[in-house]
Ligand binder design. Structure first.
Ligand SMILES: *[C@@H]1O[C@H](CO)[C@@H](O)[C@H](O)[C@H]1NC(C)=O
Ligand SMILES: *[C@@H]1O[C@H](CO)[C@@H](O)[C@H](O)[C@H]1NC(C)=O
Ligand SMILES: *[C@@H]1O[C@H](CO)[C@@H](O)[C@H](O)[C@H]1NC(C)=O
Length: 614
């Protein structure tokens, strides 16, 4: 594929001990650590006690005036007291299905299912004792515009954060009233009709079968109704040098989950850039092309989280004209290096007339001379080859669609995923030098609240921000001074990072809060959909990816099955957010002292809006 920057060195190399700045920083951290150890020996306890005293009044204070650390301790972090749930006496079973129904809100259970907690301990390598908070969230679908940040008047915590010991058993508790979050009535992912689109992807069998890179779950999200049938979107998959058996294997894995795919073999002797360009005539020459409006090339790690919004956007463009639609890299260095073309990972959308033009000129666009010209110093680039083919043979130029994302960023991607935007595409989320993210899990909640609510943000009265699907973050010093319209600079650009080269798409970013004592976040690791029809398994697909224990719920909720709406209904979505006590980011301002000595799990359980008749 046209991998812009596929040859970028791994990010770790830009920070090594040969760098004098790094050396100075390590020295500084060492000194600070030593200093804070000394402090702990002496008057530290008194300081903590004094801070605790002010805690009760702190909550009423304007957030920016909050005494340092006080609210943080009141909530149960950093102080000396550890709050635990009440232990079971005797040997009662603690499985949720055996519990008395103590909740005041229908299906809510605020118990301690030690089997699940033990499972997370193993899976996420947590301590034996860790913080566990379960919170129910009731969605309220309303005829409102999508808000980037919705301010709630409810608290996230209703009590102290509690520490559980996986070797103990605890009494169930009464659930507090759920957080009620207003969201727009955005359509559900499974009802999208993508029949105007045909997608072309080039990859290898090896990448397809590797559980770390297998795209089946992601493709199932944006190419099917999530119930075993295609959503009308067609996929042409090119596998480099694959055998007949391998092609049949891939085809059957995709078909099994409802993806309408044709699998092709591409020649390993072609340049990668040429294999990429070949997608265009392959799409154009397909027998379904007369029924399509848009032929799309993308990478095997391109993800479309909001298909209805994407389709609506493309209805604004005239598909009968030659159109070349996509986006630049967020990194101006990459635009300077490679040029002003659509960067392939974000998705490149060609109208059929433009694909006809590229197909017509295909042989002259892939000559050795053109391949050489497409080498920007990092090897021949497929995106450049396509751009040259279009620009040199027509007056057509790129139409920029800014809500597509190439995501040429490195490191902690939180600033982007916590920005409150609704992206039309995501890319580069499989680590390996770029960032790591789990869009397949992030979008599970969209089946419950609509595609617009993923990455929507909710700020609670006690300064927690839920960036739905991605993180739950706590701002112990308050949020009054944070400009939520600006991205937090948590990530960095590939070298050379000039400090501003990511600004032209994102604007200048606000300062990162890592190691400031002002932010503590739990990141989503997995989510699970409990369907109304009783099947808990949301069909993780044959292809691997994250494996989850699926629990079957026997409870039956009365839901008025609204007439024709041919959507599988969701009973609840559970999101598991995890924070490790030694996460390098969540340190006090000394840069070394952990904000919490415990690992933590926050479980959000989303409840659907049963009053919404669609
Ligand atoms: C559980 O609570 C719900 C809601 O109050 C109620 O309708 C239901 O009957 C209760 N179930 C049991 C077993 O007590
Ligand atoms: C999508 O819409 C087309 C008409 O534009 C229709 O023929 C087709 O059946 C629809 N497909 C799905 C999966 O709903
Ligand atoms: C989901 O698929 C099953 C099996 O094909 C079918 O019986 C059911 O009607 C489908 N549900 C929806 C909501 O489309």
């Amino acid at each position: 594929m046209s991998k812009m920057g596929a040859s970028i060195p791994p990010p770790h190399r830009c920070f090594n001990m040969r760098n004098p700045l790094a050396k100075a920083l390590v020295l500084f951290i060492t000194i600070s650590l030593f200093g804070s150890l000394l402090l702990q020996q002496s008057g530290d306890l008194d300081v903590k006690a004094a801070l605790l005293k002010t805690a009760s009044s702190a909550k009423q204070a304007v957030s920016s005036q909050r005494p340092l650390g006080s609210y943080h301790q009141q909530a149960g972090w950093g102080g000396d007291s550890v709050h635990t749930p009440v232990e079971m006496t005797g040997h009662q079973p603690d499985h949720p299905n055996n519990l008395a129904n103590i909740s005041t809100h229908g299906n809510m259970h605020c118990d301690y299912d030690m089997d699940r907690l033990k499972h997370w301990k193993e899976k996420y390598k947590l301590q034996d004792r860790f913080e566990y908070t379960r919170r129910y969230i009731q969605v309220s679908r309303q005829p409102i515009a999508r808000k980037s940040m919705t301010v709630l008047d409810q608290d996230f915590l209703f009590d102290h954060v509690k520490v559980v010991d996986v070797n103990k058993h605890y009494q169930p508790e009464a659930c507090p009233a759920p957080l009620v979050v207003p969201v727009p009535k955005s359509p559900y992912p499974s009802t999208a009709n993508a029949s105007d689109f045909m997608f072309g992807v080039s990859t290898t069998y090896k990448r397809f079968v590797d559980p770390k890179t297998n795209p089946t779950n992601e493709w199932k999200y944006w190419l099917t109704d999530n119930n075993g049938s295609s959503n009308g979107g067609k996929l042409l998959l090119m596998l480099m040098g694959a055998s007949d058996t391998e092609m049949a294997d891939v085809h059957s894995q995709l078909t099994a989950v409802g993806i309408d795919a044709d699998v092709y073999r591409s020649s390993p002797s072609d340049e990668m850039a040429v294999r990429y360009l070949t997608l265009v005539p392959t799409l154009y020459n397909h027998h379904l092309r007369p029924q399509k409006k848009w032929l799309v090339t993308c990478d095997d790690d391109t993800f479309f989280p909001s298909l209805h919004a994407l389709i609506a956007k493309f209805e604004e463009y005239d598909h009968t004209k030659p159109k070349y639609i996509g986006t630049f890299s967020e990194d101006s260095n990459n635009v300077m290096r490679h040029g002003e073309q659509a960067f392939g990972g974000a998705g490149v959308f060609l109208s059929v007339p433009l694909a006809a033009l590229v197909t017509k000129h295909f042989s002259s666009c892939r000559t050795p001379e053109k391949i050489k010209e497409a080498n920007t110093g990092w090897g021949p680039q497929g995106d450049v080859l396509l751009r040259k083919c279009i620009y040199e043979n027509s007056p057509v130029r790129l139409t920029l669609l800014d809500s597509l994302w190439q995501l040429d960023m490195l490191g902690d991607p939180s600033g982007f995923y916590e920005s409150g935007i609704q992206p039309l595409s995501l890319h580069h989320y499989r680590g390996g030098g770029w960032h790591s993210a789990l869009p397949f899990h992030y979008t599970k909640v969209s089946h419950l609240c609509g595609e617009g609510c993923m990455m929507q943000r909710f700020l609670t009265a006690d300064d927690f921000v839920i960036a739905n699907g991605f993180s739950v973050a706590y701002y112990p010093e308050g949020t009054g001074e944070i400009d939520w319209d600006q991205l937090e600079r948590t990530f960095r650009s590939a070298p050379d990072d000039k400090g501003w080269n990511l600004d032209f798409k994102w604007g200048p970013q606000r300062q990162g809060l890592a190691k400031s004592g002002r932010k503590l976040s739990w990141d989503l690791q997995e989510a699970e959909i409990i369907w109304e029809d009783g099947e808990a398994a949301d069909g993780e697909g044959a292809g691997g990816g994250e494996r989850e224990e699926e629990t079957v719920q026997d409870d039956i909720t009365e839901v008025k099955q609204s007439k024709g709406g041919k959507r599988r209904r969701v009973k609840e979505v559970r999101q598991i957010y995890v924070r490790k006590h030694d996460d390098w980011r969540w340190k006090l301002a000394d840069g070394a002292t952990a904000m919490s000595k415990f690992d933590g799990v926050v479980e959000l359980v989303w409840l659907p809006d049963l009053t919404d008749a669609e």
